[in-house]
Design a protein around this ligand. Structure first.
Ligand SMILES: Cc1ncc(COP(=O)(O)O)c(C=O)c1O
Length: 398
């Protein structure tokens, strides 16, 4: 076999998908599996989205489209930004891609040369470090454990900025922890960032999934002078229940947006027309489905937290957004279940899946090996059973 490019030696499959795959296999074998593993929202968008897609299909132009995204999509996203309190962006600042993951890849490709330092508050969404690895950038993980509610502190950020990193990745609300930085916390971090010269990649894809009336705080809202070096990522995947439609968006300084357009022109060319029409309808249409789902997720968050609170030794900061809970389960390490020793988070998830048919993702996939990620978007009726199985599992540890 001839050699692949060296960088492919650094490319790996997402650790989250590995667990999901194992759960799928067991299910296919007839096992009763409850999946808390993959981050799919598990609901469908409103009928108006399908109507827009059908109408677009009927009118199909059969042509190529804009590398940046159609004007209708750019305008719909600009409205979405304004509805979220982010004013002052224009078409030249925004660009579409094949999901936020693709846009993120392009943003990192556009900003990071080999050897450049990227700050990643940890726990982090797996792809941040994986993409940095492919690009040969250096990830500096800023560890934010459960004792600090999985949140980056201004002092940590101030210290980390001393090495003059090229970029910071900031994810609010967070996957995997579900934690949300409130207005004061975002303001305190923004105050530190204005003193630096680092790019900021702000992954905001869960910005419509915030509970407890906390509201959507943003670095650029807190300190508008950061706009010139902040790239904001958004997506229709989670908010509108449309992960498979693959539409992600960026809002950025015009030169960065243009760089992303240039990258699009060299691989995807454009988003498909039907997909674009569906995304426009999602952004512009009634917001009742996402709003109702958000209320439902908040209720499910409460159910998960109540169940975890009854397990002695499990520590879990209370999330205020997205649809994840990230408990520290290290109290189980060193114990055994049905004769199987649990040495770490991977053993824990394997034993839980095998014994109880509950699939969770080991925290080490996100840089926190003491925890596991529970994604609670399963059908509402399944949730109590899945949680009971986790409680039983803990109760059977010896
Ligand atoms: C934090 C975060 N950013 C980005 C993405 C990618 O989203 P998309 O489906 O738009 O590619 C995900 C998906 O799980 C995510 O959790």
């Amino acid at each position: 076999m001839l050699k692949l490019a060296e960088r492919m030696g650094r490319a790996k499959a997402s650790a989250i998908m590995v667990v999901a795959e194992k759960a799928r296999k067991l299910k296919a074998e007839g096992r009763d599996i409850i999946s808390f593993s993959i981050g799919v929202p598990n609901f469908l968008p409103g009928e108006h989205v399908y109507a827009a897609a059908r109408e677009s299909l009927a009118k199909d132009s059969g042509s190529y489209g804009s590398n940046r995204g159609s004007e209708a999509l750019l305008d719909a996203f600009l409205k979405h930004l304004r509805d979220g309190g982010l004013e002052g962006y224009e078409r030249a600042n925004v660009v579409a891609g094949v999901g936020a993951k693709h846009v993120l890849f392009n943003v990192m490709y556009a900003l990071l040369d080999e050897g450049d330092e990227l700050l990643i508050p940890t726990p982090y969404w797996t792809s941040y470090a994986d993409i940095a690895d492919i690009l040969g950038a250096r990830s500096t993980l800023l560890y934010c454990g459960p004792e600090q509610n999985y949140k980056l502190t201004p002092q940590q950020l101030r210290d980390a900025l001393k090495s003059k990193p090229k970029a910071l990745l900031f994810n609010n609300p967070s996957n995997p922890t579900g934690m949300v930085y409130d207005h004061a916390e975002v303001r305190a971090l923004a105050d530190v960032l204005v003193e630096s010269e680092t790019w900021i990649i702000s992954d905001d894809i869960y910005n419509r999934m915030i509970f407890d009336g906390l509201g959507y705080a943003h670095l650029v809202k807190a300190r508008p002078e950061l706009r010139d070096r902040c790239i904001l990522l958004d997506s229709i995947s989670k908010t509108y229940g449309m992960p498979g439609w693959r539409v992600g968006m960026a809002a950025a300084p015009a030169a960065v947006a243009q760089a992303l357009v240039n990258l699009n022109s060299n691989h995807i060319t454009n988003l498909p027309e039907v997909v674009t029409a569906a995304a426009v309808a999602a952004f512009n249409g009634p917001q009742d489905v996402p709003e109702q789902k958000n209320r439902e997720f908040q209720h499910k968050r409460d159910q998960v937290m109540a169940a975890l609170a009854q397990i002695p030794g499990v520590r879990c900061p209370k999330p205020a957004g997205a649809f994840y809970v990230f408990p520290d389960v290290s109290c189980a390490f060193g114990k055994s279940h049905a004769g199987k020793r649990i040495g770490n988070d991977v053993d824990f998830c394997n034993a839980l899946l095998e014994a109880k048919g509950v699939a969770c993702v080991p925290g080490s996939a996100f840089g926190e090996p003491r925890a596991i990620r529970i994604s609670y978007t399963c059908p509402t009726a399944q949730l109590p059973d899945g949680l009971k199985r986790i409680q039983d599992f803990f109760g059977e540890l010896a």
